[in-house]
Write a protein that binds this ligand. Sequence first.
Ligand code: SAM
Ligand code: DTB
Ligand code: SF4
Length: 363
Amino acid sequence: MNEERHNWTKEEILDIYNLPMMELLYKAATIHREHHDPNTVQVSTLLSIKTGGCPEDCGYCPQAARYHTDIEGNDLMTVSHVKAQALRAKASGSSRVCMGAAWRNVKDGPEFDQVLEMVRTINKLDMEVCCTLGMLTENQAKRLAEAGLYAYNHNLDTSEDYYKDVISTRAFQDRLETIDNVRKSNVTVCSGGIIGMGEKLEDRAGMLVALATLNPQPESVPINALVAVEGTPMENMEPIPIWDMIRMVATTRIVMPKTQVRLSAGRTEMSREGQAMCFFAGANSIFAGDKLLTTPNPDVNEDMEMFSLLGLEPQKAFVKMPQPKTVEEEESQYEAIGERPKWTRPDHTIERNELAKQKAKSS
Ligand code: SAM
Ligand code: DTB
Ligand code: SF4
């Protein structure tokens, strides 16, 4: 069994990334099967609760106020609008809702209170709820946790070296600090990045080092292909070949065996065969719905058709099956519940609380 390792080096990760393709796929698919059900994919719906007008200068982002893009900005959505959208998402097979706001950071006040109410509302629908709201303090992370937040998305986006070329209004270290604040609450961490922004392979490996050496590793890692939006500084970036996405997904799977690897932005440009290779290489989540935050995404019916073609099933929310360690254990679970067990990420909350207790005892 390949367990979580936190001492990965850039050289080791580059060696994995550059393996002959068949070798890489075999290795990644083998590790994938040790920790996950290869026929289950989590479906998460994105909801842009506050669009556009962001003061930051992220070079890839259509929501930065300083770029002249075609997006329609709006104020913070109402709780009832969010509830209606979440119900629609649930009805179409999503088990998770991820709410995004074009904010630099969260500010305490009525808007944050409204977001907390959205979290409570979605939680009551028995769906996993995730937010991506920019930088957070420890106290804000705790308040989100109390409201029932399941995950917080905060991407590193690229390597520390390349970060300065992409964003100047904040530093890589700021991102790590927010991730740390999330970790101090019981909320799970979702953090990944974007490929196709003109970065070198070393930057892709550098980003994976930064993620894989977090202890514990993020429960979820989205891998986005840049959506080059007119009006942003990256509007003329060449699209990446699908092989880069497959290599990136496979490498992520190998260095973060238990993590949920999300095949994120850029799927409208990928064939079904290409996406199937990504699932084989260890991707086990997608964002569904015809829009990501502001850019197009495949229609949910198209995705469900692809799932049925590939024999994939959407993962249920909060499935808490103990992870079988042996074939015998898997067989006995199978007999007990009469269907294939749905493997899920082990709950690190319990592990973390236990570790904290032990630490407190020994000090
Ligand atoms: N403002 C918050 C922040 O930056 O953390 C949350 C929203 S922001 C839009 C969430 C993530 O979307 C970014 O970190 C980036 O990885 C991704 N993203 C934004 N624009 C993108 C694009 N054009 N192509 C691919 N991914 C993009
Ligand atoms: C992530 O890594 N990708 C999603 C989600 N987390 C928030 C966002 C993708 C945004 C793509 C550009 C847009 O639609 O505005
Ligand atoms: Fe703002 Fe987030 Fe877009 Fe950067 S990625 S401009 S912080 S919305």
